[in-house]
Design a protein around this ligand. Structure first.
Ligand code: ZN
Length: 177
């Protein structure tokens, strides 16, 4: 199946999508692609599910990981991808296995709306992240509770189907002694 008009988005690409052509957000989206999901056909064209790191347009600082649905013919692939740098126009027919790619390491951060860990796939905060947070906030546990309460208030919208006591245990309860 060929559709040469549509951009071939690959893991590692930095893509740009204007407001209104992705779900959801304000302004232009700049995203470094981590994972490519399934395509969906809608009345206004082909849409693609992606997971990636949102970059701040001004300086490409990494903001957060997220999942987005983008309209494929509105996607522009920006220069700067580690993977495309040395490709010639005829290269790339053989996709290299994901495991062989030299991507920057992914730290244990949450991926809304599922709030699973971007690295290990466990419910966030995953065991690795919990251990790291306990270490980081060892001197002032209250700061850890404030931080976790913030995360919970952000997550409870996405996780409205999870009973409140389970959310509490998952986000805050584990840290209490
Ligand atoms: Zn993890």
């Amino acid at each position: 199946m060929r559709n040469s008009r549509l951009p071939a988005v690959r893991v590692g690409d930095i893509i740009e999508v204007d407001q209104g052509h992705y779900c959801y957000g304000l302004g232009k989206l700049l995203l470094e692609v981590i994972e490519i999901g399934h395509r969906e056909r809608h009345t206004d064209g082909l849409w693609l599910n992606l997971r990636g790191t949102e970059l701040r347009p001004a300086d490409r600082a990494r903001l957060r990981q997220r999942r987005v649905l983008v309209r494929l013919d509105a996607v522009r692939i920006r220069p700067g991808s580690l993977l495309r740098r040395h490709r010639s126009p005829t290269a790339g027919r053989n996709r290299s296995p994901i495991g062989a790619l030299e991507l920057p390491p992914i730290i244990h951060i949450p991926t809304p709306p599922e709030w699973t860990c971007a690295n290990c796939g466990e419910d966030w905060p995953c065991p690795t992240r919990r251990a790291a947070m306990l270490k980081r906030y060892a001197d002032d546990r209250r700061l850890l509770y404030f931080y976790l309460a913030d995360c919970l208030s952000e997550a409870c919208h996405d996780l409205a189907h999870v009973p409140p006591h389970e959310l509490y245990a998952r986000f805050i309860g584990w840290a209490r002694r």
